[in-house]
Design a protein around this ligand. Structure first.
Ligand code: MLT
Length: 267
């Protein structure tokens, strides 16, 4: 996988295909491989760019304190280094969506469209902030093994857990390999992120909002509201998927995303 020096760190990034660019931004505490069912499909018509955010996968955490803003700036610098000046479709899942909000604020002119999967605009509650702080301390002291055991149950739907248990195993392996420093930094950064609901009415690019019907972390009712606040948003709920819709229901997700991409005008 190519390594691109951008914004002061060596970013590991999958770059495949030719055409308008799609920038895939993974969730927490994962890496670019969560988009593996999307690469093949969309490289037929698009240039697929799927980085490991700093502190995840093979990209080192770097020295700067992590924040959703910093991850967004990393992505903009990555596009510069890849000589991608034309606007891109940014597709982010969960934490990838939190990064997308900051990309819109800071680099909005670089967007042709948005795909927001299983994410939230609200800031954390005080309880969640506290849990994130405890998680950061735990992984720094003891590594990511406990997280790797506990989190996949929460990410996937019951149907996926029964019918595609390999997805849970693969996800555990990714989390076990994730550097504790990266997980801790991201957990603290998510706790510090602002509420972004005020941004939604100002989003001026075609937007697709996708959620798994069984997502317990970013529930469909909340995502429906989020979509309703974005002027040009389409909302799609996909059955039998939890929080990891593009992985759990890849065929349906890809179909919906392809239909959306067919309508995104070049900017
Ligand atoms: C994710 O999938 O990125 C996480 O669920 C985000 C979060 O913990 O808020």
């Amino acid at each position: 996988m190519p390594v691109v020096r951008a914004n002061g760190i060596d970013q590991h990034v999958l770059v495949q295909g030719e055409g308008p660019a799609i920038l895939f931004v993974h969730g927490f505490p994962l890496d670019h491989t969560m988009w593996r069912w999307q690469y093949g499909r969309f490289t037929r018509s698009h240039r697929v760019i799927a980085p490991d955010l700093r502190g995840f996968g093979k990209t080192p955490p770097g020295d700067a304190p992590a924040s959703m803003e910093l991850y967004a700036d990393d992505l903009a610098a990555l596009l510069d280094e890849l000589n991608i000046a034309e606007p891109v479709v940014l597709c982010g899942l969960s934490m990838g969506g939190y990064v997308a909000w900051q990309f819109i604020r800071r680099h909005g002119h670089r967007l042709a469209g948005l795909v927001l999967c299983d994410t939230r605009a609200a800031a954390d509650t005080p309880e969640i902030k506290e849990t994130r702080g405890q998680l950061a301390e735990h992984v720094l002291a003891s590594g990511t093994a406990t997280l790797a055991e506990s989190i996949p149950e929460k990410l996937f739907s019951e149907v996926t857990r029964e019918k595609q248990p390999q997805l849970l195993e693969e996800t555990k392996r990714v989390i076990l390999k994730t550097p504790p420093e990266g997980v801790a930094a991201a957990a603290r950064a998510m706790a510090a992120r602002p509420d972004m609901n005020d941004l939604l009415p100002a989003i001026d690019v075609p937007t697709l909002v996708v959620v798994g019907a069984d997502d317990r972390l970013s529930p469909p009712a909340e995502m429906r509201q989020l979509a309703a606040a974005i002027p040009a948003a389409e909302f799609v709920e996909i059955d039998n998927a939890g929080h990891m819709t593009p992985l759990e229901a890849s065929a349906k997700f890809n179909l919906v995303m392809q239909q959306f991409l067919d309508q995104v005008p070049a900017r």
